[in-house]
Design a protein. Sequence first.
Length: 501
Amino acid sequence: MPVMYQPETDTYKFTATYFTQTRNGLPVYGSKLVLLTRNEANNPLVLASSQLFDLSAFNADPVIARAAANHNNLLEIANDQFNGAIQIWSTDRVIYAGNEANPHEPVVADVTILDIDGYEKIEMITDAATGEILHADSIICTVDATGNVSGMASDGPAADICEDEIAMPLPYLNVNLQGGGSAITDVDGNYTIPNGGSGNVTIDAELDGQWFNINNYLGSGTAESITADPSNPINILFNSLNNSEQVRSEVNVYVESNRVRDWVLEANPSYPLVAGTEMEVWVNRTDGFCPGNAWYDPGIDTINFCLSGSSNPNTGWSSVVHHEYGHHLVSAGGSGQGQYGEGTGDVMSVIILDDPDLGIGFFGSCGSALRTAVNNLTYPCATDGHACAPLYSGAVWGTRNLLAITEPDDYQKLLMSWALNSILVHSGTLITPQMTIDYLTLDDDDADIGNGTPHYFEIDGGFGAKNMPAPPLNLINIEPVAFPDFANPAGGTTISAEFTN
């Protein structure tokens, strides 16, 4: 996987190679090894990131390992454990040894994805021999955020009740000429459709784009149709009346979904499941986790936003959209979610909006936010994912404040490049000091972070304030004079070297 796009040369600084641990022919659940090499002569290895398990003393029962999963038994186990209408989406046989936070004696297990009532997705891990549930967790990524998007599109980081609305372009939108052809708008919303006649024409458009299709949970989506003389520009304005919560939400979510996607592709045009991938988006939902919520569903790869209800506004606005798309990026990049996924979602919003607050207006007051990157959290954080998210966003915001001084024109692009590409080398679900190493490695320009990186002090300043400091600089350069033909793996091999500073 190419990592760290360099637009000035249309090349990538690194290549990430991925491995999964196996034992007795079965994949090990949650295992991952990422080797990051520089794209230069001899491709030096600069980073190894892993979550691996010591299975040297474990051998799977071959009968159990080869047996097919019994879906009837799994469904019976699920019905005893969970309430609702349950369907099995998929089942994979693995070796389960727990995770970094909760290790478990290795066993042959079945990983089953359950659909409950059509919206909840549960990952259930059961002992393949006994049927005991070893672990169960929702794979739906939620955020307790709200928003009521009003107007053409809300201009700012907060809910529509806190922002003014202005006309914003709708990029990559399908536009149709009745009885004729169609076109896709460009990044500025412009379109051209060939027309063989000279009389009036009718142009139709819905919020069905090249990359995002907006679905209104409560019924048909907003649509516009204009008949006019083609000799003059035929301009279409969605949500011109600005008197419907549902329409406001559709427009805002379309604008912000495309915005975060554009930022991602600028930082890494080859990021998995972004370029060339269309996503279904649901707005104005009243089911599932609603009201006052939003979520990413990895089972069907959708982002979802709620209609207003109770004391909560509609959740389809800028920072919430960026956060939920961040969960998609974490899933597509192969990392675990948990506190890391929540933090990454917040970081997407912090960088794009250049604002430390997520979910302004969530509580109905424009003076308060759901979470903020300006906080006193420090590593380690042992509470739930949402509560730990500000640890990561705070480290990035601190780095941002230093970069804004040293790189006033490029600090947002630098932050997005590091944040996005670091997903591709992250393992597990926790926010840890390893992430500081990841940022430094991606920033480095000579395959040696020990002698510093171009932005070592900014990264160290931001992450160090969260008790995740950069390693001390090694300002003495050690160069081997010659390598022995053989090296003793137990140590003791002598190598001559030159020391310079």
